[in-house]
Design a protein around this ligand. Structure first.
Ligand code: 26W
Length: 817
């Protein structure tokens, strides 16, 4: 007997079928006979939404009337993934949906597939925000996600005939979008530019132009909590519909110019992941959504009050800054309190520092945002004044804490000189109560290196919250076969809201019957992925080979090149007989990665991977032994298909560079083994699953540091390992560029002379561990046993646990009564 605690559907199949028909008829004006899959998708979504509305309203009412502090998660990115099945799961309506859609003569899978995935994020940081709002709702904590409804999300990736990345616009809003509710009556005015003048001894900002921020609300249903929170994404609209005066002069394009410019603000998501461009429009975006959100929170929590007592603001809401992107919120709240509500500096500062907290998501120095003061002054002159004043007060405070002048100087929020810069991470650290990193190692490095001066003087501000992922989307929805097996093994489905229960699977790793079932699930997932890939991308993947995956943004520090070099070395070894063909363990390698459009080396690496795939897959000498596939446009949907089918997962960044990683958690929870370095959350994953159940290789953070100090010479490693030499020589000799020796010359030159992330230094240990991996894989029972132990021991990486840590360590609030 298995205990079923999943929510019970509020409707029967028959009722739901009728609701879909109603929507088709009254909202869409379409008959059942005319309806396409996409029409059914819209109708079903609208029908599902109606079942959430009551809980949504109660949640908001209880939030405002009750005494529970809410969380405002401020994030420039929310990478939500598709909505329909997630809502169905949380309502307990998955089966009713399938049956209703079939009754209407459609295939449920095709209906679900017609949803267009909103790509409102770049990668880890955006997806984490989506997992967090799912967990907040599931834990019943009142929360708002606040962000931007970009008209164009992350670009659609295609490959041209040469294997180069081509970016295409992702105009997701050109499709029917039943989830967002646009609420013109709750819009906010956001001002820009102009000057600050003094009137009656008071500073008054006289802005030059304004934009209307219109909220688009998405319901965020909790799993089993009965709560529905709000994701409020702001869309920019112009106030000047158009300028009649200009229009009369029949200069039509000039007439609509202000409108076009205002609406540009929410037009496109910046595709740079880690290298800030310092672009004016990006700062406009940041201020736009943060200013609208702060005003919105005041409206929500002090309804109808002209003179609210904002000293209570930090008891109403706590704002989490998702990286530095929303940090302009700190001077904005100061400005609102001082200029709009008349508080003095100290009171305003007290309220502000109690309200904000900051999460850092990187270790790369170049990823820490720094804005030229000049630019801030042009766009937000009053904010620049306030930032300078914060800087002055802060320097005074520091003088009381230390006599070390150099240290004080290093900690300046605004740098000195002709072209002063505002360091947003420092502003966030000074202007909030807590700073956290996203994995143990990362938080430690923040304290020891990146924000060392701050952690020395304000040790209590610093804490860690290790990332997590939502088990609803990434196990239950992505991997129903494994979910059913887990429920069967544990005798309950409670694990979906208490992921530590997975521990109960530990003894089953030694139960041959369970191991067999687990192996069957994995194989079925591989077959399913092969079918999906054939259908969607047109390639054949053999499910009887090892499925080995590396999916993440393309970045040098993540070291896709380490994987590709090892792969080429293996290919060469098979071809020239260094390894006997019969001894080769058949492997299928999958890559998924987008590169920032301006990131030359990353794009060249993509081209190399595609061309290695072309050569390898067409070479009869390695047929059946080695295959490489690079499906374009890796996104949440592809993740949901590929992760459950993966057996070996790659987390091979240079130690000390990946803040956490969250893909690593998704893979372990879906029963893949990881080959990885001691970096980010890999460290904790390995601790939880046990060193025997994780393939560790490469240098540690300290070893990396030592090698830099000693002076790193990558060419030495090239000479020392013939496998590496062979791989690099093949690339330079044109083996993957039809004989052209120039194509990859920049990559080769970089490896041999700079190799900033020490790919070559880690090559030997990476190539060697492959033998261990393959030996284990030959013993399928032993492999699966370890895979089960990975599933059983990674319940800690539920985003529910991350949110509980935030509640306890940072937010000091909890579920609604
Ligand atoms: C353009 C400026 C910029 C700077 C930094 C854009 C984006 C960033 C992000 C911080 C990059 C990012 O997504 N970081 C990732 O955050 C994940 C969630 O915490 C971690 O798991 C990843 O290790 C980290 O790279």
């Amino acid at each position: 007997m298995t205990e079923q605690t999943a929510p019970k559907s509020p409707v029967t199949t028959e009722q739901f079928t009728n609701e879909i028909k109603e929507q088709l008829k009254y909202a869409q004006g379409i008959t059942v006979e005319q309806a396409t899959d996409a029409d059914i998708y819209v109708a079903a979504s609208l029908a599902v939404r109606r079942h959430l509305v009551d809980s949504w309203a109660t949640t908001q009412k209880d939030m405002v009337n009750g005494g529970t502090k809410a969380v405002g998660y401020l994030s420039a990115e929310f990478l939500m993934g598709k909505q329909l099945r997630n809502a169905l799961l949380n309502l307990g309506m998955l089966a009713e949906f399938d049956d209703a859609v079939k009754a209407l003569g459609h295939d449920p899978q095709l209906v679900v597939d017609s949803e267009y995935e909103p790509g409102l994020g770049n990668g880890g940081l955006g997806r984490l925000a989506a997992c967090f709002i799912d967990s907040l709702a599931s834990l019943g904590v009142p929360a708002f996600g606040y962000g931007i409804q970009y008209k164009y999300g992350i670009f659609k990736q295609e490959f041209d005939a040469e294997g180069k990345q081509v970016e295409r616009p992702d105009y997701w809003l050109a499709n029917e979008e039943p989830w967002g509710h646009i609420d013109y009556n709750r819009s906010q005015k956001v001002n820009f530019g102009g000057q600050v003048v003094e009137e009656d001894g008071k500073k008054v900002w006289k802005p030059a132009w304004s934009v209307r921020a219109v909220p688009v609300d998405y319901m965020v249903p909790g799993y089993k909590s009965g709560r529905v929170n709000t994701l409020r994404l702001w869309s920019a609209k112009s106030y000047d519909e158009f300028d009649l005066l200009t229009f009369n002069k029949s200069e039509y394009l000039d007439a609509v110019k202000p409108q076009v410019e205002a609406e540009n603000i929410s037009k496109i998501l910046y595709p740079e992941d880690s290298t800030p461009q310092g672009k004016r429009l990006r700062l406009e975006q940041q201020y736009f959504f943060v200013a609208a959100s702060i005003h919105d929170a005041i409206r929500v929590f002090y309804p109808g009050q002209d003179k609210p007592d904002l000293t209570t603001f930090p008891n109403k809401i706590t704002f989490q800054l998702n990286d530095t992107h929303p940090v302009i919120g700190i001077p904005e709240l100061m400005r609102v309190l001082i200029d709009e509500y008349g508080y003095d500096w100290d009171t305003a500062w007290d309220i502000t520092t109690k309200t904000f907290n900051y999460t850092c998501h990187t270790l790369l120095p170049e990823a820490l945002e720094v804005w030229p003061a000049r630019l801030i002054g042009e766009l937000l002159p009053r904010h620049l004044e306030i930032i300078n004043e914060i800087n002055d007060h802060f320097l005074e405070e520091l003088k009381g804490l230390t006599r070390d002048k150099e240290r004080i100087n290093r900690m300046r929020i605004v740098t000195e000189g002709d072209d002063p810069q505002v360091r947003m991470a420092y502003l966030a650290t000074a202007g909030g109560s807590h700073v956290n990193g996203v994995a143990e190692l990362h938080s430690q490095l923040l304290k020891d290196v990146t924000l060392r001066d701050f952690s020395d003087l304000f040790p209590k501000k610093f804490t860690n919250v290790t990332n997590g992922v939502t088990p609803r989307r990434f196990i239950r929805l992505a991997n129903p076969r494994l979910s059913n097996l887990i429920t069967e093994g544990l005798g309950t489905d409670k694990w979906l809201s208490d992921l530590d229960l997975l521990q109960g699977l530990v003894p089953l790793a030694d139960d041959p019957e369970f191991v067999k079932k687990f192996a069957e699930v994995k194989h079925a997932n591989k077959v399913a992925f092969a079918n999906f890939a054939k259908d969607r991308y047109g390639f054949e993947a053999n499910p009887d080979t090892m499925f080995n995956t590396m999916v993440k943004r393309l970045h040098e520090y993540k070291r896709q090149s380490l994987k590709i070099l090892a792969l080429i070395a293996r290919y060469a070894a098979i071809k020239n007989g260094t390894i006997n063909v019969d001894d080769v363990l058949p492997r299928t390698v999958f890559f998924g990665a987008k590169a920032a459009p301006g990131y030359y080396m990353a794009k060249l690496t993509i081209q190399l991977i595609n061309n290695v795939a072309r050569v390898v897959n067409n070479d009869p000498d390695v047929k059946g032994k080695l295959a490489v596939h690079f499906p374009a446009n890796y996104n949440v949907r592809l993740a949901q298909h590929l992760i459950p089918a993966t057996e070996l997962d790659e987390q091979i960044s240079q130690a000390g560079k990946e803040a956490s990683g969250t893909g690593n958690m998704k893979f372990a929870l879906n029963g893949a083994l990881t080959v990885g370095t001691l970096d980010g959350a890999n460290v904790e994953i390995r601790e939880k699953v046990g060193a025997d159940n994780f393939f560790l290789f490469g240098m540690t953070v300290d070893e990396v540091e030592d090698l830099y100090e000693k002076g790193y010479d990558p060419a030495k490693y090239y000479e020392a390992d013939p496998r590496l030499k062979m791989a690099i020589d093949m690339i330079s000799n044109g083996a993957f560029s039809d004989g052209d020796r120039n194509t990859y010359a920049p990559l080769v030159a970089d490896w041999l002379t700079k190799d900033y992330f020490m790919t070559l230094a880690d090559f030997t240990s990476y190539a060697d561990i492959q033998y261990e991996i393959e030996d284990l894989y030959r013993d399928q029972d032993a492999w699966n046993r370890k895979a089960i132990l990975n599933v059983a021991n990674t319940g800690y990486f539920s985003s529910d646990r991350s949110i509980e840590d935030y509640l306890e360590r940072i937010w000091h609030t909890g579920p609604l009564a």
